[in-house]
Design a protein around this ligand. Structure first.
Ligand code: ADP
Length: 499
């Protein structure tokens, strides 16, 4: 008994308002009993002795709960219920009646009553049903609050947000999204995305997200330039598209987030331009210093002592490293500013690898390294930029030579799978410590330990390789074990190459 008594008070405490209850009953005894008990429980209780008066009161002010008698003179409880449900759907109606039959109960429930309380009822029974009603109101309130919070949040976001169902009908599109896709319509809900989105790539990404198999969860990302109209400035948009699912992992629809990265891209370009300018400005004086040093080293400016030769040779080596650094910085900034792979051609990866293996043969021999090519197929074609692809293979082979002690083995090969072309270079060299593996593609990152200390490098080679691979829509993987060796594998998607 105490439990049910506590539960109303607790429910009332938990909600942010005092529940307003209206008792519509012609029996004064019931009106008074309900009013007294529920007022004691913290509710604000009003009474009406018939349906017409009750409806008038409901019209004037909102009631959270109505205790409604079915059998009243004048308007019947069922008619009151119908009116309340059609005009005040949020109000919870509890039927109280002395004629509690199964048909009555079913009929009132069908018409939207929350519960049915047969007369006579005890105070505990009334408390219980009111507590249930308050719980229900509270759940509804929580959902409404949450929805409203989400709506305000999403509508005020600077990022564009779109959600669709699995038929690609729009369930939500915030103002930022509509602005980014240059859509001036405000009522887009329920329409198919293709009615408003004209960009085929964006439509394709939504399609991919919705059709993603339940056992995978991949975020589909891309960047695109949106030249919506000639008068508007170009906008660069980062796109992320993901499916959302129910508990059984069935795709319910997609969520797309658009992020305006125009400013970021501009800053990035400025940075690349600056680096490229500095590298370029450094490169020519360095070359001229190198040439002059060579003149002196070759003895064309007079005899040199052994000590002088040694010092000049060291300077020359340092300048060569600096020239390499500026060349690599220039390459990287060219890649970052999108200047590469503009000219693509059909390349035979087997032939390309053979060329690079031949080029590095002498360097490998000098360290007694066995440099081989594993021939799997005669030809493997891809569409790519020749200079870039040569740079990729060249970097991997030269690294394999530099980071292998004398007498190792390096194997390079190309292979073809159903959906991709592969290039791989493996060595039996120093290997890369596990902790460093995730950083080796970062600019300027170099593994620092006793074994690598004397090997010169800039830390830019693999960053260049990765940028080139990504510009060709490929991926790069590395497997390595310290003192056992390293294997780099690169995969290019089939759509990127044709035979
Ligand atoms: P660099 O060789 O000029 O330092 P890279 O970007 O080419 O720069 O390589 C980054 C780092 O990754 C290297 O410093 C080296 O420590 C490690 N690394 C690259 N390739 C290999 C390899 N085949 N074996 C072992 N370590 C490697």
């Amino acid at each position: 008994m105490n439990n049910s008594k506590d539960s109303i008070k607790n429910s009332v405490k938990d909600i942010f308002f005092q529940p307003r209850v209206l008792v519509v009953d012609d029996e004064v005894r019931i009106q008074k009993a309900c009013q007294r008990l529920l007022t004691e429980e913290g509710c604000d209780v009003k009474v009406a002795e018939n349906g017409i008066k009750g409806l008038k009161m409901i019209k004037e002010k909102h009631f959270d709960i109505i205790l409604l008698d079915l059998m009243m003179p004048g308007m019947s409880g069922l008619d009151v219920l119908k009116d309340v449900k059609s005009h005040h759907p949020d109000t919870v109606v509890i039927i109280i009646t002395g004629y509690a039959t199964l048909e009555h109960s079913i009929e009132t429930m069908k018409k939207g009553a929350f519960d049915f309380l047969p007369k006579p009822f005890s105070p505990q029974e009334l408390r219980l049903v009111i507590s249930k009603a308050i719980e229900f109101i509270r759940t509804l309130q929580d959902i409404t609050t949450e929805k409203s919070r989400m709506r305000v949040m999403i509508n005020t976001l600077n990022n564009g947000v779109l959600t669709t169902d699995n038929q690609k009908r729009i369930a939500l599109a915030n103002p930022a999204f509509l602005k980014m896709i240059d859509c001036r319509k405000t009522s887009v809900i329920g329409h198919n995305v293709s009615e408003f989105i004209k960009d085929s790539r964006l439509l394709d990404m939504i399609d991919q997200a919705i059709n993603q198999p339940g056992d995978t969860f991949a975020e589909i990302t891309d960047e695109m330039t949106m030249p919506f109209s000639k008068e508007k400035e170009e906008m660069i948009i980062g796109i992320r598209c993901i499916p959302f699912r129910d508990r059984l992992n069935r795709n319910l629809g997609s969520i797309t987030v658009l992020n305006d990265i125009t400013a970021l891209k501009k800053i990035d370009k400025l940075k690349s331009d600056f680096v490229s300018m500095v590298a370029h400005e450094i490169k020519s004086p360095l070359n001229s210093i190198l040439m002059q040093l060579n003149v002196v080293l070759d003895g064309l400016a007079g005899e040199l002592t052994e000590k002088q030769k040694e010092i000049l040779q060291k300077s020359s080596n340092r300048i060569k490293s600096l020239t390499k650094l500026s060349t690599e910085l220039l390459d990287l900034s060219k890649i970052e500013s999108g200047l590469i792979n503009q000219e693509r051609e059909q390349l035979d990866l087997v032939e390309l690898i053979k060329g690079q293996v031949a080029f590095y043969r002498d360097q490998a021999d000098a360290k007694s390294i066995h440099l081989t090519i594993k021939e799997i197929k005669k030809e493997i074609w891809m569409m790519g930029n020749r200079i870039n692809m040569e740079e990729v293979v060249s970097n991997l082979i030269s690294n394999a030579i530099r980071y292998s002690p004398n007498g190792g083995t390096i194997t390079a090969w190309a292979d073809e799978k159903t959906d991709c072309a592969k290039i791989a270079v493996s060595d039996t060299g120093l290997g890369i410590p596990q902790n460093d593996l995730e950083h080796i593609f970062d600019k300027f990152f170099r593994v620092k330990n006793e074994k690598t200390r004397h090997i010169n490098g800039t830390g830019l080679g693999l960053a260049i390789v990765k940028s080139i691979v990504e510009a060709h829509h490929g991926t790069i993987e590395v497997k390595s074990e310290v003192d056992k060796g390293t294997c780099f594998s690169i995969y290019f998607p089939k759509s990127e190459y044709k035979i």
